[in-house]
Design a protein around this ligand. Sequence first.
Ligand SMILES: Nc1nc2c(ncn2[C@@H]2O[C@H](COP(=O)(O)OP(=O)(O)OP(=O)(O)O)[C@@H](O)[C@H]2O)c(=O)[nH]1
Ligand SMILES: [Mg+2]
Ligand SMILES: [Zn+2]
Length: 310
Amino acid sequence: MRSPTIDPQLLHAGRVVASHGRDALVVGERGERIHCRLHGRRLVVVCGDQVRWRAARTEGGAGVIVEVLPQARVLARISARGDPEPVAANLTQLVAIVAPLPAPDFGLCDRYLAAAEWSGLDACVVANKCDLDGADTALEAPLVDYARIGYPVLRASKRLAGGVDALRARLAGRVSVLVGQSGVGKSSLTNALVPGVEAAVEEVSRASESGRHTTTTASLYRLPAGGELIDSPGARDFSPPLPAPRDVAGGYREIAALAADCRFRDCLHRREPGCRVAAAAREGGLATRRLESYRRLLALAEELAARIRR
Ligand SMILES: Nc1nc2c(ncn2[C@@H]2O[C@H](COP(=O)(O)OP(=O)(O)OP(=O)(O)O)[C@@H](O)[C@H]2O)c(=O)[nH]1
Ligand SMILES: [Mg+2]
Ligand SMILES: [Zn+2]
């Protein structure tokens, strides 16, 4: 149903808070929520996009998105077909969540952090479900490494009193996306941080006719202390679009810092003589796990570059 006070010619500003195929939920300037369709085939929107929309002329959707404003700092992934696909736009921070359960995949966490480096996003790591027995021992070594290279590492739990306080403080005033394996607790954290979010979760999942538990589409929420939070679907396997092989090291901040002292300027930190990065790993100044993770991503970037050349 169309509100008689909305002039179908008028363009309004809005923010995409969820999108699914050709449908998007937009929040307007006065906080109103409008179910919108995309105008034309070429428009694509993701969570966080700033858009212009007008009231629908025909019955059906309440609004039509006619324009997407240029995006800044996007989180993107490579789709199953191998194409780059934005996940969320206009971010300032990536929050990588790990937990003792499901079994943690720190290579995945590294790839999220690399995506943040390449997109110019602040990043932090959250060790969630810290109420579980043995949570610390399972995660300790990689978390110490992350802290050592300058990523804030926070502990969180929805089960403990004050269990999300540190994360809440970290999110204030920023536009953050929660990422991580399916089941690490992204939606649970969102519920704990955004009052009344259960209703919004219901609304979004009804719009996309999906189940309620495993998140299938990213959703953006306002935080009471200022800032915004995007809950994203968990990935079994995430890779950001990869840069040229020589730029992969830029996704690993401690490796990029050491690379300045390699003998060769184009050192890829594999078997080159005079490689400061490899030396640091031998001497204990660089986590071997991170170096191996970098080399795997480098191999992937080379494979992609070769495919593009062919
Ligand atoms: N013990 C414990 N369990 C938790 C905690 N947070 C979440 N869980 C449980 O972990 C399971 C997965 O939580 P979700 O919040 O749905 O995880 P998610 O990351 O949103 O998963 P996807 O949407 O599939 O990506 C649920 O059974 C939660 O109850 C926590 O702090 N402690
Ligand atoms: Mg979820
Ligand atoms: Zn090197």
